[in-house]
Design a protein around this ligand. Structure first.
Ligand code: MN
Ligand code: MN
Length: 298
């Protein structure tokens, strides 16, 4: 097989799903092609593959001498190391274009929320029916890249594609997206200490040693069900103040677990402080957690 289709390094759900879907379309059009990946699919993509019963693409580290199609990227720094010794035929992408080529190639770049929206469009243009498993993968990637249409990159075309795809895939897109995001951001397998320290920074605020940890997950329930264990670890640390923000990007806010006087948390985040309180709108450590706490503590 000499035509390889692959997305960027450190592949996200779009890179995996657009490679598989575009390969399916090429095959239907009589072109032999093989979907590949430049790394292991992450939890979210694995959930989608598993849900729709599709095998993960083969991981490759060389494309030397092969014909290649790039999906979901076009910059050399993001692609396979030996791209210069491959024969680049085509690019399907939704990012800014930053590549020069020696010969003309096919390029389809559209300012939409996801490469899979472009692949969907290609199915339509070529009059090829989208089977259930491919619809599921296309839908998964669009919901992932647009964060269930919350991302400012979302376009009407992304939404329109999902409307049809969710019917073919036979899922409710809101429910499916939440399941997929939960699986993708699950902190299962990490210890309490690892979660608190996952993205942890220390600050000196008015002479006090303040630690702020932040994790992004939609699997909030599994964290808050271990609230007491988190608190006993947090209280055992030698920080004067410690705040762990468990950030929910869909609800756009953070649940707070803390070692601090309730009054500090109440004033800093305009909430009625209690362990696990939801601070609406608080999603950034740099722009919100740190300045808000600094102002009150000083
Ligand atoms: Mn991507
Ligand atoms: Mn993408």
């Amino acid at each position: 097989m000499s035509l390889l289709v692959f997305g960027h390094k450190n592949p996200d759900t779009d890179s995996i799903c657009s490679a598989i879907s575009l390969t399916y379309l090429k095959n239907k059009l009589g072109i032999e092609a093989k979907a590949c990946a430049l790394g292991k699919p992450q939890k979210e993509a694995l959930f989608a593959l598993n849900y729709f019963g599709v095998d993960a693409p083969e991981i490759i580290d060389s494309a030397s001498g092969k014909d290649v199609i790039l999906v979901d990227h076009n910059e050399k720094i993001q692609t396979i190391d030996d791209i210069d010794s491959a024969n680049l035929l085509e690019i399907i992408d939704h990012h800014k274009v930053d590549i020069t080529t020696d010969v003309p190639i096919n390029i389809r770049v559209m300012p939409v929320g996801c490469t899979c929206t472009i692949v969907y469009t290609l199915f339509k243009e070529n009059n090829i029916e989208i089977p259930k498993h491919i619809a599921g993968l296309l839908l998964s990637a669009i919901l992932s890249d647009t964060l269930l249409f919350k991302s400012p990159t979302t376009t009407e075309l992304d939404k329109k594609a999902c409307e049809e795809l969710e019917k073919i895939a036979n899922v409710n897109k809101e429910e499916y997206a939440m399941e997929m995001f939960k699986a993708g951001t699950s902190l299962d397998g990490y210890s309490i200490e690892e979660i608190v320290n996952m993205d942890f920074k220390e600050f000196n605020m008015g002479g006090k040693n303040v630690g702020i940890g932040q994790v992004f997950t939609l699997d909030i329930d599994s964290i808050l069900s271990k609230k007491d264990e988190f608190l006993s670890f947090i209280n055992s640390t030698n920080h004067d103040i410690l705040v762990l923000a468990i950030t929910d990007i869909i609800k756009e806010g953070s649940y707070l677990l803390y070692k601090a006087d309730d009054s500090i948390i109440s004033s800093a985040f305009d909430v009625n402080a209690n362990q696990g309180v939801f601070a609406s709108g608080v999603v950034s450590r740099k722009k919100q957690l740190v300045p808000n706490l600094t102002e009150i503590i000083k």
